[in-house]
Design a binder for this molecule. Structure first.
Ligand code: ZN
Length: 502
């Protein structure tokens, strides 16, 4: 009986997943190929189809099938795999079900209008233009938290959406430990006698040649071009329609080759995860990624820990020199390595190096938490923002555009998203530590361009598990220890201690 019921539920889930993939194709196409006049119709089409997907999902329990299976789950009557499917489907269903339809619509409409207002306010560098809309978004997000419910902080309800089972308390614990390490560490780097000049990598890098080089890297580290593509878009992103079809995009800047290389490796890390999910479970949580944070751990592990290591460039630098002979002939590998790892406090999160980056996130996390807990109001944000920038990074934004207005997230209602970026860094360092132990001569393998063991390790330990474990459970299972920021700070200390002689 239970077998038949679970098969019936899976059929429904797979149908929803195919619809979701169709929407994802439309989204991908919009960013990569769509002619400009198609924008309005496409936006409407995507909105309609997304509503269909959502509607199908909230109606999944119309016949009581899911509730029945949930009872069997609670009674311990399901296999391990089926238990994951029901537990996770129930969790999403419960969350969606608690949000009234009117509310979902109001939030979506507010977010789309707020985004347009934000873009204009940012262009004019005028926070006051955005303030009334930000207040609306915040009011709705507080409402959402009340609908969904929480134990300690309303912020838990929003964080849980992006990083299931992660609590504000735990995030606060690891991020404040990280902050206590980072602030003096970055000050030490600033005071170091070693001054690195990233500006040495300059010149004109033809885009076609960059694209060829980027593909070489993606292929070498394990991106399956038979099951994925790399295209170009204004903002790099990754998406997936099925483990057999993962798409990534990158952005080219003729003057800055490291930009496209960095984003290609980053998105390749995301795609390797998607390509590594078990295709036979497509449509069910067994073939879904754990969380935003774990997804980011995969991209950041490749982009930063591996992709900005000396070993990695020992292998790839000769090829880079061959493709761009004039531009790299006077820059020795060591100098190149240092220049791509320059730590320098700056105003814009997305331009930040891997050390200072996290202070940008911690600042946003602290603000979001206090907003949600009614400790601060939206109108005070520019002042609070600038003060924190000064305290943590020693730089003060000259205007709102390079300060509080720089990110799109809040206008979209994405409160609770930011912490997943830093959690991703922390997970990545912790995974990498264990991976190095398991593989043994990982630096040597990287320097020889051998990435097979790394990919296999990730496949076996992380990708193939789908949503079997929550992020916290996965970290504990794989590394034998709960999430601990020490692994990341140790990584930074070793790497930058050597570069900056501190
Ligand atoms: Zn990412």
């Amino acid at each position: 009986m239970a077998i038949k019921q679970i098969e019936k539920l899976k059929e429904k889930l797979v149908e929803i997943a195919y619809l979701g993939s169709a929407v994802a194709v439309l989204n991908w196409d919009r960013e990569t190929n769509m002619p400009p006049k198609g924008a309005d119709a496409r936006a409407l089409g995507i909105a309609h189809l997304s509503a269909v997907v959502h509607d199908k999902f909230v109606k999944i329990n119309e016949d009581g099938l899911l509730s029945e299976l949930k009872k069997q789950l609670d009674a311990g009557g399901l296999s391990q795999e089926d238990a994951v499917i029901i537990k996770e489907t129930w969790r999403s269903y419960e969350r969606e079900r608690k949000l009234p339809e009117d509310f979902v619509k109001e939030l979506a409409e507010t977010a789309s209008r707020a985004q347009a207002v934000w873009a204009n306010a940012r262009a004019k560098s005028d926070f006051k233009l955005f303030l009334p809309w930000l207040e609306k978004v915040i009011r709705l997000k507080k409402k959402e938290a009340e609908f969904v419910g929480y134990e300690h902080s309303p912020y838990d309800a929003l964080l849980d959406y992006h990083e299931p089972a992660m609590t504000v308390r735990k995030t606060e614990e690891v991020l404040s430990e990280l902050k206590n390490f980072l602030v003096p560490f970055i000050a030490k780097i600033r005071n170091s006698k070693i001054k690195i000049k990233p500006e040495i990598i300059k010149g004109k890098f033809p885009i076609e040649k960059q694209a060829v080089f980027n593909k070489k890297i993606a292929q070498k580290v394990g991106f399956d071009f038979e099951a994925g593509r790399i295209d170009q878009s204004a903002h790099p992103f990754s998406t997936s329609f099925h483990p057999s079809d993962a798409r990534i995009t990158t952005r080219y800047d003729e003057k800055n080759i490291m930009y496209s290389i960095g984003s290609t490796i980053h998105e390749t890390g995301h795609a390797l995860y998607e390509q590594g999910l078990p295709a036979n479970h497509f449509g069910t949580p067994l073939a879904e990624s754990v969380s935003y944070g774990i997804h980011e751990s995969q991209s950041r592990l490749w982009e930063n820990i591996i992709g900005k290591s000396l070993a990695f460039w020992k292998y790839f630098y000769p090829a880079l020199g061959k493709d761009f002979p004039k531009l790299f002939k006077d820059i020795p590998l060591r100098q190149f390595y240092e220049s791509i790892n320059c730590v320098r406090p700056s105003l814009i999160r997305t331009d930040a190096d891997e050390a200072t980056y996290n202070l940008h996130i911690i600042l946003r996390f602290e603000i979001e938490k206090e907003i949600m807990e009614n400790k601060i109001g939206a109108k005070d944000l520019p002042e609070i923002w600038n003060q924190k920038m000064k305290d943590y990074l020693g730089v003060i934004p000259p205007d709102d555009r390079t300060g509080v207005l720089q990110d799109v997230h809040w206008s979209m209602g994405g409160i609770g998203y930011f912490p997943t970026y830093s959690l991703g860094n922390l997970y990545a360092a912790q995974f990498y530590g264990k991976m190095s132990e398991d593989i043994g001569d990982i630096d040597r393998q990287i320097s020889l361009g051998r990435f097979g063991d790394i990919k296999n390790w990730l496949r076996k330990n992380i990708h193939s598990a789908g949503k079997t474990y929550t992020a916290g459970e996965l970290v504990k299972k794989v590394t034998g220890e709960e999430l601990n920021s020490r692994h990341f700070s140790d990584y930074l200390e070793t790497k930058y201690g050597e570069i900056y002689k501190i």
